[in-house]
Design a protein around this ligand. Structure first.
Ligand code: PAF
Length: 283
């Protein structure tokens, strides 16, 4: 069988030359590589809606905290290229650190209130790194639509805010979470789980789905929904929750009661692996 080949560029100059020859609308799928079905589903959405699709693969150092797993972050470019070729992506851009943050780099983008709670509180500086790199990716690619996963719900809210506040001419598409059959949300970090932890990790979706069931059954009290999630997580000995939240999906402010759409979300350590997950409640 003939091997599928994908066009790949590393420098911004080459990227711009390659993009000039691509048809519009142009979709961008920003990733940090080590692709799984969740990333590929973003490419599939982009392929449906756009005439051409660019995927960026860049493990952005500025969104990792000093104690986080930057060096250990899983990487496998060859595998990523062949998966993207299989999905029919048109171009992969793999910039280097030197190109994205050259000597003397000193410009940062901070989104305020939306980035403060939840992930922002647990991972200081994370969204400053995300907002800065996403703005740089947008400035280099000039996509018409950019695709992000609902799994990183706060990231999506921060990026929507960034796009609105800085008038980027790009539509943000937020695509549904892809889950394993037992409910675990796909994540590059799942590879860190040993078999016992992998079983335990299902507790995140179990807690979220139970709270969603309670909501469907009429529960509208924010505290009660948070208690339901916390209660289920506390039954799993390998789980250490960092937060459970029932918040407004745009502002991320905690809700006393749910009267319009809401975001149930959580960050939980399973062993040494920090997992996040969420569901949207639709009123
Ligand atoms: O979601 C991710 O993979 C990253 O945060 C992103 C958006 C590619 C920015 O580095």
């Amino acid at each position: 069988m003939q091997e599928l080949i994908i066009s790949q560029v590393d420098t911004i100059n080459k990227l711009r030359q390659a993009i000039a020859n691509l048809p519009r609308p142009l979709g961008l799928v920003p990733t940090m590589g080590y692709l799984h079905e969740g990333h590929l589903s973003l490419v599939q959405y982009a392929k449906k809606e756009c005439a051409a699709v660019v995927v960026s693969i860049y493990v952005n150092p500025t969104q990792f905290g000093p104690k986080e797993d930057l060096d250990a972050y899983p990487r496998d470019l060859e595998r990523d290229f062949s998966l993207l070729a299989g999905e029919g992506a048109d171009l992969v851009w793999t910039p280097s650190n030197e190109e994205m943050y050259p000597d003397g780099y000193q410009t940062w983008i901070e989104v305020n209130e939306t980035a403060y709670p939840l992930e922002g509180r647990m991972r200081p500086g994370h969204f400053r790194g995300v907002a800065t790199i996403v703005a740089k990716l947008f400035n280099c690619v000039h996509p018409d639509v950019a695709y992000f996963g609902q799994k990183d719900a706060q990231q999506a809210a921060v990026i929507k805010r960034l796009v609105k506040d800085l008038n980027f001419p790009v539509k943000i598409a937020v695509c549904p979470i892809v889950r394993e059959p037992d409910g675990l949300a796909l994540s590059s970090r799942n590879v860190y789980l040993n078999p016992e932890e992998r079983k335990a990790a299902v507790v995140l979706s179990k807690a979220l789905f139970s709270a969603r069931d309670a909501f469907t059954g009429g529960e509208r009290n924010g505290n009660r929904l948070r208690e339901i999630m916390a209660g289920i997580i506390s039954e799993e000995p390998l789980a250490r929750p960092q937060y459970v939240s029932c918040a407004d999906p745009d502002t991320l402010e905690e809700l006393e009661s749910v009267s319009s759409d809401a975001l149930l979300s959580m960050a939980v350590f399973i062993g040494n692996t920090r997992l996040i997950d969420n569901v949207i409640l639709r009123v």
